[in-house]
Design a protein around this ligand. Structure first.
Ligand code: CA
Length: 229
């Protein structure tokens, strides 16, 4: 259930808003003082704020600014004066919407629902976005640990995948075998750095058109390897 905080000093309005929102299935808290309202907004978890502009203690402009510095939660400003709308627009407070008094409670509920739905979509897209790197036809989805070469998916072992990702993320820089070994196999492993050479050979076989003439991972004789861009 979504939780909403109303910061409003006119109790009859606050209660009316609360009643309508509760009928629509929301959980609602009311604060009637600006400072107490800001404190509640910052310390408790809410899904949306309905914020009156003229308040005792601290006005809605300042509260809005303070909330926005710390949270992305939707803010709906409520104003008694039409003139305030220009001010809200001009100040760039980061409010998501504003509504002028008097307004119909059903309009308020409709706007609240719209903003909650939009915010939920935003959070989901953020969450779903995979970490993808792409360079010269090689695409790596780090989140899903999948890779494509010129649009075709290629299977890599875990270390091959890590090594290729490291190259793609650090193009045009030369790394020695020791550096690559440390980077991919970690310091604690006491292994053979020849394993780096073996893995690079395997990667080349999978990504190069002709692995005897590598176009991606170049050998810099006596130094190491470089991913060309
Ligand atoms: Ca007021």
């Amino acid at each position: 259930m979504s939780k909403i905080l109303i910061i409003e000093d006119e109790e009859s309005i606050a209660n009316l808003e609360k009643d309508y929102l509760e009928i629509s299935g929301f959980e609602v808290d009311i604060e009637t003082d600006g400072r107490a309202g800001l404190a509640a907004a910052l310390t408790k978890e809410y899904d949306l704020y309905i914020l009156d502009l003229m308040l005792p203690g601290m006005d809605g402009f300042d509260i809005c600014r303070e909330i926005r510095e710390r949270k992305d939660t939707p803010i709906l400003l409520v104003s008694a004066k039409k003139d305030d709308i220009d001010k809200i627009r001009g100040l760039g407070l980061g409010a998501d919407d504003y509504i002028t008094k008097p307004f119909s409670p059903s309009e308020l509920v409709a706007r609240v629902k719209a903003h909650l739905a939009r915010y939920e979509r935003l959070i989901k897209t953020d969450f779903r976005k995979n970490d993808v790197v792409e360079i010269r036809g090689i695409k790596i989805d780090k989140t899903a640990r999948r890779a494509w070469v010129n649009g075709e998916e290629v299977q890599f072992t875990s270390k091959e995948f890590d090594l290729l990702t490291f190259f793609v993320e650090n193009p045009n820089r030369v790394f020695s075998k020791e550096e690559l070994f440390r980077e991919i196999w970690n310091m604690e492993s006491i292994g053979d750095i020849a394993t780096v050479t073996v893995h690079i050979k395997k990667i080349r076989e999978k990504i190069e058109y002709d692995s005897s003439k590598p176009q991606y991972i170049e050998t810099i004789w006596g130094v190491g390897y470089r991913f060309k861009i």
